[in-house]
Write a protein that binds this ligand. Structure first.
Ligand code: GLU
Length: 302
């Protein structure tokens, strides 16, 4: 794939095909779409199908169908990470050649004493297949100003250490794939759930190591239950219903801190999205967390 020219705002939604689209994913999809449209920009969809054992057959196609039911359609071809191996390999080769990445045969148990934080290979570590890690120098940190969460920074060396770019069992690590693809797709604005906030410093270090631009970041509020607890797996995984999209769109709109009245009159998805684009005020988005509707299949009654 050739690099695309820079846009003033190009956002993306990058689901992993591990199941049907749930309310948290709809929030990320709608939030990134609205921020792109509000800025007069573009919005792309990328399928993060990097890890076949975690994937559910047909989930990617189902997610794309559901997004279409919500009127959220990629402005360009959908990028599938399963086809991007050569691009990830080229990035890895550059990092290996410059000494910024290295092969590591440490076992998980050998690193357990340091809480899994890798700073140097354990002498005698001999896993047959190596993982490839990024070398993170002592004190290396990344700080950025998140558009929703505010200033955030991390001493990556101390908090996560030399992190994995390709796993010993073969798959590309999310951190490498996301950085290579955000750059290749010309993404200027990464908008996603706050559960990924603490991945961002690693991604910024990788961008620097590869000489790639750092996009702007906006991490949307986490979705919690009515008691303020992290959603249970079963509740978090409740699918949204693309056959009846307006209730879930309204619930996502409210979770983005937007006033219900602004879109109350719209009777079709197209009209709803048009009204939402006009009424949307990014500064209203809360840092979070926000409560999930009880039932995202009928969020009207939540
Ligand atoms: N594929 C990731 C997920 O579904 C999101 C990656 C991203 O937005 O950077 O959690």
């Amino acid at each position: 794939m050739t690099d695309v020219p820079p846009a003033s705002h190009r956002g993306r939604f990058a689901p992993s095909p591990t199941g049907p689209l749930h309310f948290g994913s709809l929030l990320a999809a709608l939030g990134s779409w609205l921020l792109a449209r509000h800025a007069g920009g573009e919005w792309l969809v990328r399928v993060e199908d990097l890890d076949p054992p975690r994937e559910v057959a047909g989930a990617a196609a189902g997610q794309l169908r559901t997004l279409a039911g919500f009127g959220l359609v990629s402005d360009g071809p959908v990028l599938w990470q399963s086809g991007r191996g050569p691009a990830y390999q080229a990035a890895l080769d550059r990092l290996l050649a410059s000494g910024q990445a290295f092969a590591c045969r440490c076992s998980r148990s050998a690193l357990a004493a340091d809480g899994g934080v890798h700073r140097a290979c354990v002498p005698g570590a001999q896993r047959p297949d190596p993982a490839i890690r990024l070398r993170v120098p002592d004190g290396a940190r990344a700080d950025f100003d998140d558009a929703i969460q505010g200033p955030f920074g991390q001493d990556v060396a101390a908090a996560v250490g030399d992190f994995v770019l390709r796993r010993a069992d073969g798959p590309w690590a999310y951190q490498l794939a996301v950085v290579v693809d955000d750059a290749a797709q010309g993404i200027t604005d990464v908008v996603r759930g706050a559960d990924l906030l603490d991945s961002t410093p690693r991604q910024i270090l990788l961008q620097r190591a590869l000489g790639l631009p750092t996009p702007r970041y906006a991490h949307l509020p986490l979705v919690v239950d009515a008691a303020g607890r992290k959603l249970s797996k079963s509740l978090a995984a409740l699918p949204v219903d693309a056959a009846d999209p307006l209730p879930a769109l309204r619930a996502a709109w409210a979770a983005l801190g937007q006033p219900p009245a602004a879109v109350a009159g719209a009777g079709t998805v197209e009209a709803w999205l048009r009204g939402a684009t006009t009424a949307f005020e990014p500064s209203r988005i809360p840092a979070g967390p926000v409560a999930a509707p009880h039932n995202t299949r009928d969020a009207n009654r939540a």
